[in-house]
Design a protein around this ligand. Structure first.
Ligand code: SF4
Ligand code: FES
Length: 240
């Protein structure tokens, strides 16, 4: 069977069992995403990876690749929708890039640059949420969490710990820490956990490492997120 599909007029091969996102990443085709990670089961929640598959709007990260699919990805209309989703994420939390230690290593910022988003475009909501600085090595700033659940899945699937979960609904949804006190210092989290590394924004951060690498020399400063042949290495690469 010929396992080939077409994304934006480019034919790419895929392996049986791959999603459209996995096939695209393997072929070096960038589909914007925030809740997808190549080493973690897909979740389909951020909706940034929506593509047109034979005319139907579907998330690339949870839709199986199938022979003969004609997929639209990098189009004005899809990128306009992605811009709006990204704008909403920016104004819903504290994502003031010049004041964030994650700048240059932040996937939300890098996707915004890819989409040509240079200003929020919507009213800022200025949330005031807690910061959990109780852990010796890791800090959690709830104001920057985009609820991608990557830390939840990484802790469960890769670290075997279940340190994180999502609690609440709608605008009250938030990360919950698996400890009687609800604080990081009383959880099983350690600085080596993959759950800490996979956070795409400046919500879960390692302490004592701020500004070791100057702004301008960080991962996305050197590697634009859509760089050909690098469609998912940004998530496995060095980010500190
Ligand atoms: Fe995603 Fe980071 Fe929030 Fe976890 S803390 S849900 S990885 S943004
Ligand atoms: Fe597909 Fe988030 S990457 S929905």
């Amino acid at each position: 069977m010929n396992n080939t599909l077409c994304i934006d007029s480019q034919d790419i091969s895929f392996e049986s069992g791959q999603s459209i996102m996995q096939a695209a990443c393997a072929a070096g085709v960038f589909i914007p995403h925030l809740c997808f990670h190549p080493d973690i089961s897909p979740h389909g929640s951020c909706r940034l990876c929506m593509v047109q598959v034979d005319g139907r709007l579907l998330p690339a990260c949870t839709t199986p690749a199938m022979a003969g699919q004609k997929i639209e990805n990098n189009t004005d209309s899809l990128n306009a929708q992605r811009r709006l989703v990204t704008q909403m994420l920016f104004v819903e939390g504290d994502h003031i890039c010049p004041g964030c230690e994650k700048t240059g290593n932040c996937q939300l910022q890098a996707v915004a640059y890819f989409l040509g988003l240079l200003e929020p475009g919507l009213p800022q909501m200025y949330p005031t949420r807690n910061i959990d600085a109780s852990h010796a090595d890791v800090l959690l700033d709830f104001n920057r969490c985009i609820l991608c659940e990557l830390c939840v899945r990484a802790s469960r699937e890769m670290d075997g710990k279940n340190v994180f979960a999502i609690g609440g609904r709608g605008q009250h949804a938030h990360i919950v820490i698996n400890a009687t006190s609800g604080r990081l210092k009383d959880s099983a989290l350690s600085i080596e956990d993959r759950a800490v590394d996979v956070c795409p924004v400046g919500a879960l951060m390692k302490k004592h490492q701020a500004y070791q690498k100057p702004i301008g020399q960080r991962f996305y400063d050197q590697n634009p997120i859509d760089q050909k042949g690098d469609a998912n290495s940004h998530q496995r690469g060095e980010k500190t």
